[in-house]
Design a protein around this ligand. Sequence first.
Ligand SMILES: Cc1ncc(COP(=O)(O)O)c(C=O)c1O
Length: 404
Amino acid sequence: MDIAKIRADFPILSREVYGKPLVYFDNAATSQKPQCVIDKIAEMYTTVNSNVHRGVHYLSQAATDEHEAARTTVQKFINAFSPNEIVFTRGATESINLVASSFCHKFCKEGDEILITAMEHHSNIVPWQIQAEELGLKLKVAPINSEGELIIDEFEKKISANTKLIAVTHISNVLGTINPIKKLIEIAHKYNVPILIDAAQSVQHAKVDVQDLDCDFLVFSSHKVYGPTGVGVLYGKEKWLNELPPYQGGGEMISSVSFEKTTFNKLPFKFEAGTPDFVGTAALATALDYVTSIGLENIARHEDELLKYATEKMLQIPGMRIIGTAKKKSSVISFLVSDIHPYDMGTLLDKMGIAIRTGHHCAEPLMKELGIDGTARVSFAFYNTKEEIDLFLVGLKRIVSMFS
Ligand SMILES: Cc1ncc(COP(=O)(O)O)c(C=O)c1O
């Protein structure tokens, strides 16, 4: 990969912060956008802006074509069987809330169980808790080991005759752990339990093929895969989406409405109430095409190199503790150094132009499990370089010496 050429596609990467070149290592929170995505947003408003699915006029047709072409691009990106299995939402969070609400109301009764893992983001905990509270369900949690890996035997033991759904992250946003989701899906199906995969941290790093995985539901956010904010994807097998009731009511999701009774639209529109973010979906498609043009294998190879390089160098720093040492890891490194507070670490690095994340990373229960309040976290994208890691290491060493 020609990193210099790739970096030139991302205008924000050439800006300075506090007079220093920006080093952006907060990619797990959100990714930067290539010029083609920024241009697509402007192009949509400049050339086809009009409400979709409603008008007979040219612009409405053109906007609808862009929106539906984006659905097909997403379908191909994750190899879904049909575009009907792709529902556009506002983000991974809304996608999970949709499944939690619709699935639990249709299929769960008091005493039923939902199984998650100890490494879930709040987005894959709280929606289930809300349903559990309302419907009298039990939320069970599969444990992790000291490396931050899911304990597969324990995961399987947590499945009971009352388990109605399993929801698991593909990659932990804190630990970087890559879960063996194909195996987890097989286990779930051995017990006839449907499974949702939270792919918010994975579709941008490696090829995800929903037909090969055979997952029942899968979610991700556009903004983490170089697309715009405010757009998300829910993949669901058609048989499940057909059975689930609508999540929200309004325009677009109906077939016909009277004051006595409403009939709902066919898939996927049944789940897309109101005007969708057709500008965002078109720009997401541009982002996915961009990622595909670089190649997910190339992306994974480069990010793995960055992960290995940074991990080795960071471990040479006295007092360094890396949180999450799974054998299969993505390019996310959570760390603590001696007793330096992550917030101080983040603030001082920021003044050097280096953007990292600090805190509980929306995974408070995981922090409790690990016996810590929070971590500092660096997360790399394919546009990051070893030179940037060197700058970060210089900064890190300066901070460590300040505190010693
Ligand atoms: C693993 C995981 N799941 C879900 C989410 C939620 O994504 P969003 O805030 O885009 O809805 C995140 C965001 O950080 C995440 O890392």
